[in-house]
Design a protein around this ligand. Structure first.
Ligand code: ZN
Length: 69
């Protein structure tokens, strides 16, 4: 009894798209996060990432916009 091993379970690594905003220049970008990262974003509501506009690492705020549909 052989089973094809190329069928992945989609349950394990679900990624979400979170909208975040740079607190310095107000640029909004959507980032792909895991469920765990999303939970962290929602609780701390800040994240540090490099902003292309600012050219340096800035603080980003989570925007709970949800999905637009
Ligand atoms: Zn910025």
């Amino acid at each position: 009894m052989s089973q094809p091993n190329y069928i992945h379970s989609p349950v394990l690594k679900v990624s979400y798209v979170a909208m975040v905003q740079c607190l310095r220049c107000r640029t909004r970008v959507s980032v792909e996060v895991t469920a765990e990262e999303l939970k962290r974003l929602r609780s701390s509501e800040r994240l540090h990432r490099t902003c292309d506009q600012c050219g340096q690492e800035t603080e980003w705020q989570y925007l709970p916009l949800g999905v637009s549909r």
